[in-house]
Ligand binder design. Structure first.
Ligand code: SAM
Ligand code: SF4
Length: 326
């Protein structure tokens, strides 16, 4: 079991399969983003090697992310390999949904259990503006395909950005009246090259909550406010789905953090919002043994930072969000 020095047991690994993406969301990356060459990314056998290693250390919950994980070559075979690794009990994916129409059924057959789909607005024009060129219809078809493939319960991630989609929280929240989905509203976080947008256009969870209650009725708290992952859940009267708020900026949930991240270039990232990383891929390529690498992982986890420093104005500058994966 991997423990940190604060006594947190870390058993959830988010693996970024690529930093590449087929969209350019304004809150995530610059329009002229340059991606890493493929040779710098973990190759398929390296991803599977690390999956095995982490699973042997008690990491039983895994999530695939990116960039956009579905643009990675051989994604179905990779999912098959990861889901059948001994010790991996739950495998999910965070995706923009664009490719799911094509891939959902094969991913489910390969062992993927659930998807979180990013969807920030139900308005096609605003969707295009937020993603710079995305087509909302693709995501709707992806959602449908995911549901048909049984990748449930479906979670929807909506990052809320002032001036772009703060009013759209209502239409998105209303989805829970008809669909058994968990819709999660996320406070925008700042990363490398933190744009003015990331700092000045944050909408905090209390404002989103107020806006929804005013228009749609009292939000009943679910499970006494116990966190579901990183989301605090609520329920609209008569709804079949839940509404969650991920308040990473204004009300962090670091005390219950159980996760670590593996970046697409093979670095163990210990906190989403801290720069500290342990390079695992370079030693692997230089011939480090599984035992050496296990020791590096355990030592890294032991030194996992307690939490982020946004309140003190500390912004992680070494990567943009798409290079970490969320
Ligand atoms: N491409 C996939 C997607 O969009 O779902 C997976 C990678 S994306 C980096 C993972 C999650 O991070 C998405 O839900 C996205 O909306 C969210 N995200 C991206 N930039 C963010 C930011 N600056 N603050 C908060 N969430 C962000
Ligand atoms: Fe791509 Fe996801 Fe970032 Fe949007 S949030 S640019 S879909 S990686």
């Amino acid at each position: 079991m991997a423990l940190d020095k604060f006594g947190r047991s870390i058993s959830y690994l988010r693996i970024s399969l690529t930093d590449h993406c087929n969209l350019r969301c304004v809150y995530c990356m610059p329009e002229d983003m340059t991606f890493r060459p493929n040779a710098d990314l973990m190759q398929d056998d390296e991803v599977l090697f690390f999956t095995n290693l982490f699973a042997s250390l008690g990491f039983h919950k895994m999530r695939l992310t990116g960039g956009e994980p579905t643009v990675r070559a051989n994604i179905v075979e990779l999912v098959q390999g990861i889901s059948s690794t001994p010790g991996v009990r739950s495998l999910s994916m965070t995706t923009n949904g664009v490719m799911l129409k094509k891939l959902a059924a094969s991913l489910a057959a390969a062992g993927l259990k659930r998807v979180n789909i990013s969807l920030d607005t139900l308005d096609p024009e605003k969707f295009r503006r937020l993603t710079r060129w995305g087509n909302l219809e693709d995501v709707w078809m992806g959602l449908q395909a995911a549901e048909d493939a049984g990748l449930a319960p479906i979670k929807i991630n909506a990052v809320v950005v002032r001036g772009y989609n703060e009013r759209d929280v209502l239409e998105i929240a209303k989805l829970t009246l008809e669909h058994p989905w968990q819709v999660r509203f996320i406070e925008m976080m700042p990363f490398a090259g933190a744009t003015e947008l990331q700092v000045n256009q944050v909408v905090d969870w209390e404002e989103m909550h107020r806006r929804i209650e005013r228009a749609l009725g009292t939000l009943e708290i679910v499970d006494n406010g116990k966190l579901d992952g990183e989301a605090r859940l609520f329920h609209l009267p008569g709804a079949v789905g839940d509404i969650g708020f991920i308040s990473s900026v204004t009300k962090p949930f670091c005390a219950t953090c159980n996760r670590a991240r593996l970046t697409a270039d093979g670095r163990l990232r210990l906190c989403l919002l801290r720069e500290k990383e342990v390079d695992l891929l370079t030693p692997l390529r230089k011939g480090a043994s599984a035992e050496d690498l296990r020791a590096m992982i355990l030592d890294g986890i032991w030194h996992k930072p307690w939490g982020h420093g946004l309140e003190q104005g500390i912004i992680p500058l070494n990567r943009v969000m798409s290079e970490i994966g969320g």
